[in-house]
Write a protein that binds this ligand. Structure first.
Ligand code: SAM
Length: 466
């Protein structure tokens, strides 16, 4: 829309632009087309647009063939858009984008995020939409220029800081172009810029403890002018040895270290577990027949290499809000590395029964000891990696403490999110989990809004508490 069109439309729908909503409307059509081009939209894409306003970007997104979910807080603008674009490929949500749970977007295979963001909420918006695991495969965003420079900054620059590293840990960020205030009506007080964010392959960065890494970064940048040796002295007894091992200037400040050097720093202080110390290749599993009767035993590698039937447990741990903890398997696992899986799972070893294994695995993988309820059984098949599986569930009243040997990452997710994710992107999951989730949903098809521990006290024929 040209400036005259924007003025007359705003008048018609009774909107005088609100500064706190960042209502600056783009009137440069070429720039709008260029921004959409950067997202390389195809007909397969599901695009979420934040703050569509009068539809400057929406128009080109629809022309490119995408399905668009546009989230607009101002009801008058949302109503205008409903009347203006007559296509089933556009859905308009009249809500605050900060109230939207992006994880329901896992139900679509390819999701892109686009928007000329309202600048006063761009920081919380980015935190919400880019939180790991994120369903978004590409983002093209117009932001206040300072913010765009901070997100895309390189080491040893003024803009490089804790925010830069937090975002770049999981994403590659590219500063695409600066945008003057003159392309908007009304003109904002600040300049803008367009950036592109693409998720990194999880193997692109070395294994590390994110919690420790982000803590060190936060402390390191808390006083930018101070040397790290002073700020982080509590974390290492011999700073000079650390600096020499990492090949960094012993008097370095936070902004001098690249992301890889920060990771090396965290790993020097607390080395990530080495796979040799995590795996137990000599562990012996009972081998079973087609009726799950024990008929021998064999080493882990032999069982998996020869597809011998064996036994396993899968445990689903819920929080008080009824969300399920899913773990992302460690990158060092011999089977299905980096795939998403049940809260905890593992093999029955020689001399153990299913219930004993469930209790042990829960303690080993999530560091908790809880009452568990046995809820389903699966027969061994190629889809379960030849495992007879007993499924359990339990409720955790507080936190879980994932074992880094086993677990790369994890998150509590609503069952409806997992339904959408497993059906749109089954390749993200360990095959055994897909079977377990199907079995669980057969028994509990309704979303469980809130799960209280009492729910688990009643044992039935099909379910027993261990
Ligand atoms: N995309 C349009 C354009 O380029 O002309 C408008 C961009 S304008 C910078 C920001 C838009 O975000 C406005 O339409 C405003 O009403 C909307 N908005 C502001 N806060 C919002 C929020 N919390 N959730 C969703 N939309 C919001």
């Amino acid at each position: 829309m040209k400036t005259s069109g924007i003025r007359s439309t705003l008048k018609e729908i009774g909107v005088s632009p609100v500064k706190t909503l960042g209502q600056n409307f783009l009137h440069d059509q070429n720039l709008a087309r260029w921004i959409v081009d950067q997202a390389q939209i195809t007909g397969q894409d599901y695009v979420v647009e934040i703050g569509p306003g009068l539809g400057a970007l929406t128009k080109f997104l629809l022309e490119a063939g995408a399905r668009v979910l546009a989230i607009e807080k101002d009801a008058r603008l949302a109503n205008f858009l409903r009347g203006h674009f007559d296509t089933e490929r556009l859905e308009i949500l009249n809500i605050d984008a900060l109230q939207f749970d992006p994880r329901i977007l896992f139900a679509h295979r390819s999701v892109k995020l686009i928007g000329n963001l309202p600048y006063n909420i761009s920081s919380p918006l980015l935190s919400t939409f880019l939180r790991y695991p994120s369903p978004i495969s590409l983002s093209v965003l117009m932001l206040q220029k300072e913010m765009a420079m901070r997100l895309s900054a390189a080491p040893r620059t003024r803009d490089y800081g804790a925010l830069t590293l937090r975002v770049q840990l999981h994403r590659r960020v590219k500063y695409l172009r600066s945008v003057p205030a003159t392309v908007f009506l009304p003109r904002p007080d600040v300049d803008s810029a367009v950036i592109r964010l693409e998720p990194r392959d999880p193997n692109e960065m070395p294994a590390r403890n994110d919690e420790l890494l982000l803590k060190l970064i936060r402390i390191g940048f808390s006083q930018r002018r101070k040397q790290l040796r002073k700020l982080l002295r509590e974390h290492t007894t011999d700073w000079d040895a650390l600096a020499s091992a990492l090949d960094i200037n012993p008097n370095a400040r936070a902004e001098e270290l690249s992301l890889l050097q920060w990771i090396a720093f965290a790993n020097y202080i607390t080395p990530p577990p080495r796979q040799e110390t995590c795996s137990t290749p000599d562990e012996r599993f009972p081998v079973v027949d087609e009726d799950d009767r024990i008929c021998g035993e064999a080493k882990r590698a032999e069982v998996h290499g020869n597809n011998l039937r064996h036994r396993a447990v899968h445990i689903l741990i819920f929080n008080q809000a009824g969300e399920v903890y899913l773990q992302q398997r460690s990158r060092g696992k011999d089977l299905h590395p980096l795939k998403w899986d049940s809260s905890a799972a593992g093999h029955v070893t020689v001399g153990e029964n299913y219930n004993e294994t469930a209790r042990r695995e829960l303690q080993e993988e999530l560091g908790v000891n809880l009452p568990l309820e046995k809820i389903f059984r699966l027969t061994a098949s190629p889809r379960t990696d030849h495992e007879f599986i007993c499924g359990y569930r339990g409720v955790v009243p507080g936190e879980v403490f994932p074992n880094k040997c086993e677990i790369e990452n994890g998150a509590f997710l609503a069952p409806a999110v997992i339904d959408g994710w497993t059906s749109a992107r089954p390749d993200n999951f360990a095959p055994g989990f897909l079977e377990c989730w199907k079995a669980y949903r057969k028994m509990y098809p309704e979303p469980e809004k809130s799960i209280r521990p009492e729910t688990f006290s009643a044992a039935s024929d099909a379910a027993s508490t261990v």
